[in-house]
Design a protein around this ligand. Sequence first.
Ligand SMILES: [Ca+2]
Ligand SMILES: [Ca+2]
Ligand SMILES: [Ca+2]
Length: 295
Amino acid sequence: MMPLRRFRRPLVAAGVAASCVAAVAWGCFDPERIHIEPEPPNDTCAGANDLGEGGVFAGDTGPAGDDHEPVAGCGAPGGRDVWFRFTLDAPEVVYLDTVDGNTWDSVLVLYGGTCGDLARPPLCADDQCPGESGGRRSQLVERLEAGSYVVVVDGRDAAAAGPFALRFQRAACAGAIGLPGNGAYDGNSMGWDDRFRGSCGEPGVPDTTYYLGLCAPREVTASTCGSMERCDSILTLAAGGCEAADELACNDDDDTCRFGMGRSTVTATLPQGLNFLILESRSPPGPYRLTVSGM
Ligand SMILES: [Ca+2]
Ligand SMILES: [Ca+2]
Ligand SMILES: [Ca+2]
């Protein structure tokens, strides 16, 4: 005899009589007529999948149970959920999304700590990326300290469940600054170290790094061409990391900039997910304004 197991799905399946569905009783259970998916191993925190160094992780909350409640104001009361975990040995920039073409209303919740000792309040993302995957999916991009982390893919409510592809990326880009969207970002290159060299630059030019998360591939432009600064700069756009191997485009001097020599403008089509912009500034150091568009 087939062992009893908790129902994770409604008792509606092909071949089940309507009267039986209405009754929703164990007496209706016919293992030859109803296919019941087993709960996924990561249904609870104890079985959380290790996200390791990153990737796209396919899953399905449909057969899962509801073991986690999102915080008020971000996804509560929540629905069926599955669990993941990862560990950082040093500070890193981390990217997570469920922007995968599915349209059920997902919630992403990120805890510091381990099962049984989860730090609160968590980081939480409910509806990001308007215009992509129905606008109800979730995206998180954060610079995190070293430590253990737990991720929950939850539904917004009892009716929100189904297959998903969780995108997880991480990059050790020390001191990277977030670019939350298009706009102008002011800074000062005083005291910068030399950590990066764009293919269009030369050794010994100090730099700083920005990170940005994209809901879909985008043609992004960044520029130091402006009137208020004198910034002899080099700009590099990079996908997934901030190493030389990640470079997609590099510009030293934007000869079309009407504000003067040395300013830079770089454009590249960046992939969905985690991307970086590296600004190198030749001496003397000083203030600059970075403008970003296309995100
Ligand atoms: Ca669960
Ligand atoms: Ca839940
Ligand atoms: Ca959502």
